[in-house]
Each structure stands twice: as C-alpha cells, then as structure tokens.
Write a protein that binds this ligand. Structure first.
Ligand SMILES: [Fe+2]
Length: 244
C-alpha cells in the first residue's frame, strides 16, 4: 500500500512513525463522530497497523448534549469490535476509555464521584470546547485531581483561545494538566496557529503524550503522507514519549 514511500534521489523516512501505541482514537463503532459502524472500525484499524501501531485506546467523546456515552455503551461497542477483530484474525490490541468534554455533565460526574473511564491507572482524557474558553480551567483541573484523577488535556494546541496566548500552557501544566498533542497538528492539517502551538509545546518539552485522534480515512491518509512522515521524523525522532 505504501510503496510510494520508496522514491529515489530524495531523503525519505518511510519506516518512521513516532508511536506504536495510540491513546486517543475514535475507532469504536457507532458512538460518536468517529467510525460509524464496525466495518469502518476495521478499516481504520488496518490503516493503523500499516502505520506500525500495535495497540490503541479507543476514546469516544462524552459530551452532554451530543454524545451521551457511558461505560455501558462504550463497553458494548468494544465487545462488538473485539469479536470482529477475532473473527478477522487481526492481531491488534484495543481497549476503551473516553474523551470527556469538560461541561456541566462532566462536572456533575466529578461531583457525584462517579467512576470515570481511565486511559490507564487514574489518567483520564479531557477536552475543552473549541468555541469558548472555560471559565476557570485551573479550578477545573484542581477539582479533577481532588476527585482522584490525573487529567490529560487532549490537543491543547487546537483551542484558539490558548494557541494565541502560548504562555497559558506553562500555567496549565503547573496546575496539573498533562498534554497530549495530535500528530496531525504538527503538519498544518488543522491550520497554521495550531501547527505553531504544537511545535512550541514539543520544543518546550511540555508534551506527555502523542496521539492520532483518528476519526476517519482522511486522517489516516494524512498520517500516511510521505511528506508528513518525513516531518514527524525530523521533529520527533530524537524524543521519547509516554506509552501505554
Ligand atoms: Fe478526540
């Protein structure tokens, strides 16, 4: 599939992909704006395997008025996917957590001391709205920690109210947020401001995790693009990341 990497007379890094395990993906069938059905899930997983990824944590959105997922809907979709993987004989490890939008529903879960779906140990993946800045991200971070969890902030580089004010990142980090950068942010896939913020976070050693945030085939194509693979090599090959 990726024979086009083998161009001659040009430096290429066809075998380089920065992660072998992915802690942010939308590959569970029918839960959010990721894979709509199990066939699409398998297509995405085959693409991940082509990139050299061997295991993934599926992190469907939980958003109050949009995707009211919970441990039971998520575990049911995981079971369905797992049985299809077995039927197809695909050697790919998949587990499930969630990507929690920090909204009134999430704050209620925290207040009620509900058990949250963790990526691993007590790590939870959270996101903010793209549309408007949270009232007090520092207080929210404190409340998550007081509830016994460690918050990972998904794609901090993608929030417009943060990426135009780069100094906020060190404050969020000091408060306790761990940062997960999307690989495609580095390539300009989401725009120039996002790319600049992603590079800033990488160069200032503020990134704890990398992820694909894979939703659909367009993401897979961009991740596989030889130009982007070369960029990943140049930016990331001399660094190390937390893995799962
Ligand atoms: Fe996501």
């Amino acid at each position: 599939m990726f024979s086009f990497f083998k161009k001659k007379n040009k430096i290429q890094y066809p075998d380089f992909f920065p992660i072998k395990s992915d802690m942010h993906s939308h590959i569970l069938p029918g839960l959010d704006d990721g894979a709509p059905d199990v066939e699409a899930s398998l297509q995405l997983i085959r693409g991940m395997m082509d990139l050299g990824i061997k295991k993934a944590v599926a992190t469907p959105h939980i958003i109050d008025d949009l995707y009211r997922n919970n441990p039971s809907t998520i575990n049911a979709a995981l079971g369905l996917l797992q049985s299809e993987l077995n039927k197809e004989g695909l050697d790919f490890e998949v587990s499930a957590a969630a990507e929690y939008m920090i909204d009134s529903h999430f704050l209620q879960l925290i207040k009620n001391r509900e058990n949250l779906l963790t990526i691993k140990d007590n790590l939870i993946l959270t996101e903010f709205s793209y549309a408007s800045s949270p009232d007090d991200p520092f207080r929210i971070c404190f409340e998550i920690i007081m509830a016994g969890y460690k918050p990972i902030l998904a794609h901090p580089e993608r929030y417009p109210y943060f990426n135009r004010n780069l100094k906020i990142y060190s404050k969020l980090s000091e408060q306790g947020f761990l940062f997960q950068v999307n690989l495609l942010s580095l390539t300009g896939y989401y725009g120039k401001d996002v790319a600049q913020a992603a590079v800033y976070l990488i160069e200032n050693n503020m990134v704890a995790y990398l992820g694909t945030d894979l939703h659909h085939l367009r993401h897979l194509e961009a991740l596989s693009d030889p130009k982007n693979r070369t960029l990943f090599h140049e930016l990331l090959s001399h660094r190390s990341w937390n893995l799962f």
